[in-house]
Design a protein around this ligand. Structure first.
Ligand code: T3D
Length: 264
């Protein structure tokens, strides 16, 4: 069921680019596309040559969430078990993005709706084209915000804005999303891919272990108190301090040259 054409994969200088590729349907999710995305994320996890991931969409949209053509009630039969789809498809990919020990950059090239919006927002650094918009479209069809949205939105923008976005399902423009702190940056449409790739390449040339530990620490802070976080920092710093990249970083500083990190 993994149809590789639904997610295009390229690899260059440590960056694995994954491009959602069902442009005629605004890259909405089918089981095939879920599995192709999962295969890309698994490669990112397993392949030490991959040191950053860049996620984007083909065509004029980033991702319109679930393919509703696959959910047509007019076809008859019992109501689908959407909890099962979340378990089988959406949640594993969300967990992989959050759990990946390497940075995931998202270039939101156009509309991001439903689970498509929340998958983008789960990435570590999110850039969006100024023309892009984020739509928590779920309430329009009687659903709840999934793909982590009900967890991440109140944490990122607070309960009042999270509730209004999800209950009203109004589009949020990229620049407003950046002003609210929902994403890192809104950039000119023409500059999006160059800027996103520049960030991905910079991170791919960085101290991968330290970057991965930093990602996990920041994410874990939401569910830990200060004491537990200080302990987590101690453990992570111990690990980072044993990497070859740490030794190289300090040596490069002392020798007044640029560090050449190897990701180890
Ligand atoms: O089911 C489960 O497993 C549970 C999990 C659910 C997760 C979810 O994501 S639920 C939310 C699902 N998504 C939506 O409700 C969004 C539906 N789409 C839209 O509201 C609009 O398309 C957009 C606001 C995203 C964009 O509007 P616009 O005017 O720019 O484009 P358009 O004309 O509506 O769409 C262009 C084409 O893409 C069109 O196809 P056509 O007519 O040219 O053949 C349209 O039908 C198709 N498309 C857009 N979104 C979807 C889609 N086809 C299937 N599923 C979609 N979600």
């Amino acid at each position: 069921m993994n149809d590789a054409s639904t997610v295009l994969t390229t690899f260059d200088r440590g960056v694995l680019q994954l491009t959602l590729n069902r442009p005629d349907k605004l890259n909405s999710f089918t089981p095939e596309m879920h599995l192709a995305l999962r295969a890309g994320l698994e490669r990112a996890h397993e392949d030490p040559e991959v040191r950053a991931v860049l996620l984007t969409g083909a065509g004029r949209g980033f991702c319109a969430g679930q393919d509703l053509g696959d959910r047509d009630p007019r076809k008859g039969g019992p109501a689908p078990d959407l909890g099962a789809t979340l378990d089988s498809y959406y949640n594993p990919n969300l967990r992989m993005i959050r759990g990946l020990e390497k940075p995931v950059i998202c270039a939101v090239n156009g509309v991001a709706a439903g689970a498509g919006a929340n998958i983008a927002l789960a990435c570590d650094i999110v850039l969006a084209a100024k023309s892009a918009r984020f739509i928590q479209a779920f309430s329009k069809i009687g659903l709840i915000p999934d793909a982590g949205g009900s967890w991440s939105l109140p944490r990122m923008i607070g309960e009042p804005r999270a509730k209004a976005l999800t209950l009203l399902a109004e589009p949020l423009g990229a620049e407003q999303a950046a002003e609210w702190g929902l994403i890192w940056k809104a950039v000119d449409d023409d500059a999006l891919m160059d800027e996103a790739m520049a960030i991905a390449l910079k991170l791919a040339a960085g101290p991968t272990v330290g970057l991965g530990l930093t990602k996990q620490l920041i994410q874990g802070a939401a569910t830990r108190g200060l004491d537990a976080q200080l302990d987590a920092e101690r453990d992570a710093q111990r690990q980072a301090g044993r990497t070859a990249d740490y030794a190289e970083g300090v040596t490069a500083f002392l020798e007044k040259r640029s560090a050449e990190f190897k990701g180890r």
